[in-house]
Design a protein around this ligand. Sequence first.
Ligand code: NAP
Length: 259
Amino acid sequence: MFHDRPNLLILGGSEIAYQLAQKLQSLPVHVVSSLAGRTQNPRSPAGAWRVGGFGGIEGLVGFLRQNRINMMIDATHPFARTIQTNAQTAARIADVALLRLKPLPWQKTLGDRWCEVADEQGAAKILPKGATVFLALGRQRLGAFARRLDVTFVIRMLEQANHAASLPSSLSHCKIIFGAPSRQDIEARLFQAHKIDILVSRNSGAQASYAKIAAARDLSLPVVMIVPPVPPANIPTVHNVQAAQDFIIKQIGKDISAQ
Ligand code: NAP
């Protein structure tokens, strides 16, 4: 089908990006996944991978050209705004096809008690005084909650390294727990053990993070849900790895036969 092995760049760091890298192993393409390097010991994606920022739009354009990338797949977390904008601009400058792979946001269902807000600042504002609130947002997003000294936060972090140094000092009295999202029953027990009143979550649409939302529903806990950024309208977008693979086969086949 292909005359040569096309080069694909996956902008990753999300669960769906790992799934795509794995899925593309069965195609005659060369895939490199890119991780930002936020975690100290990241899981290795299938195939080739690299770690660290590119150095802005210019750096990404340079990477695309040097590595003769035929297609870039933006499979970053839906809330990673800068890299998504950089990818869009760099793809245009370097004339590289761009595909967005983002899960659809979770839909509210019967029994959910969601209050939707635009961002972390909006979430911090509406938390009631005296509540015990579960935050699983990543340490870079905690600053917005630093002024709520009247709220007790239970903060879940993925890894222990340097957590104290990276926390706003006014949150240093809060409970920190370490671990990844888990099964629904385990998440429910965690909420009960910490006497959680409210959960704050971003609507990432990721399957792996949904158990806490289902657990909150089971326990009838309110969720302050941060809505995802509005996606750009003019970029081809798919929502699962099968659709991404289908798009890639179609697009790359077309590109190669046009050479
Ligand atoms: P961001 O604010 O959009 O990006 C900040 C900078 O980090 C970018 O300008 C870029 O640096 C670098 N970067 C981000 N993603 C990269 C990638 N996949 N490969 C190489 N460099 C990357 O991103 P963020 O919100 O800090 O998220 C960083 C990474 O963590 C993303 O890859 C994302 O998929 C993952 N992640 C994010 C979240 C979240 O809630 N935001 C949750 C889970 C996982 P240069 O300008 O130097 O190229």
